[in-house]
Design a binder for this molecule. Structure first.
Ligand code: ATR
Length: 279
């Protein structure tokens, strides 16, 4: 058998990355001969690490905290969704060029629509947060044709900036209503509420009221862990269905696998295999 094709994930820290397990499960499931490892890139040596990896025969790399913006700057070619996200999490090395993509938003949407079986089309969607995670989600969410997409953030101006960016980026078609809101202005209710703030990371909850969750609403926290996040605890008490970001993690990896190998692995099996190990 020939040597396996080389892939990897670059970050700092990288110790806890689940990407090698996920890609090993994808490779096993699809019979692909590849080797996927984690690489600790020095904080001031990301570009050098990537160049070395590509020159030594690496075919593709995932990029995680804190290098997604540097990866965006490093890429010679960018996908539309990477441009809109302003960040890159997937690199492919093709004919001497570095091609940058961002699969995070597509991973989120696939997890909501295919795994949680909650349509976004025709729904009122609320995105909480206006940082990097929220930015990457906007274009893939809009592509699903929600009836509205509002963004609420602690710093309202950042939500306004994201909406203006999205409006500039989208061309053609009927415009989907979008509104920037401060926490105080948040008073409608929504069919899908996505927590893209980093509040859960610090054990915090954005100051939301239970009335934002419509009947049979899906509440989605992009974070995950061995404990239910404060946002998902709150949403459960408010009667919403909840989902955490483990499915998004697996789906963004599957989207990268698709870019590199042209095969879609079965993600539900992998999400279920990882669930007991989360934490
Ligand atoms: P990420 O890449 O994870 O999105 P980020 O770009 O630093 O990280 O953005 C963090 C987001 O979480 C921001 O929307 C931030 O709000 P501000 O723009 O007002 O800073 C939001 N955030 C962080 N901690 C929060 C908290 N405790 N409550 C509410 N929002 C919070």
């Amino acid at each position: 058998m020939s040597l396996p094709d080389q892939y990897g994930v670059f970050g700092n820290p990288i110790q806890h990355s689940k990407s090698p397990i996920i890609h090993a499960l994808f490779a096993e499931q699809t019979g692909q001969n590849l080797d996927y490892r984690k690489y600790l890139a020095p904080l001031n040596g990301f570009a050098q690490s990537i160049h070395q990896f590509a020159e030594s025969g690496g075919l593709g790399a995932n990029v995680t905290v804190p290098f997604k913006i540097e990866a965006f700057q490093l890429a010679d070619v960018l996908s539309e969704r990477a441009r809109m996200a302003g960040a890159v999490n997937t690199l492919s090395f093709r004919e001497g060029k570095i091609v940058g993509d961002n699969t995070d938003g597509a991973g989120l949407v696939r997890d909501i629509v295919l795994n949680a079986r909650c349509p976004i089309a025709g729904c009122r969607v609320l995105l909480l947060g206006a940082g990097g995670a929220a930015r990457g989600a906007i274009l893939p969410l809009l592509e699903q044709n929600p009836v509205r997409l509002d963004i609420a953030n602690r710093t309202k101006q950042k939500a306004e900036d994201l909406i203006n960016l999205a409006k500039r980026e989208i061309s053609g078609g009927a415009p989907i209503p979008m509104q920037a809101l401060s926490w105080e202005q948040l008073n409608g209710n929504y069919d899908v509420v996505i927590n893209a703030t980093s509040a859960s990371l610090h054990g915090d909850l954005p100051p939301i009221s239970a009335s934002i969750f419509a009947d049979r609403c899906l509440a989605y926290d992009m974070m995950y862990g061995d404990q239910v996040t404060p946002f998902n605890q709150f949403a459960t008490l408010a009667g919403a269905q909840i989902r955490d970001g483990l499915g998004m993690l697996v789906e963004q990896a599957a989207e990268a696998f698709w870019i590199w190998r042209g095969i879609r692995p079965e993600t539900l099996k992998v999400i279920n295999a990882l669930r007991p190990r989360v934490g």
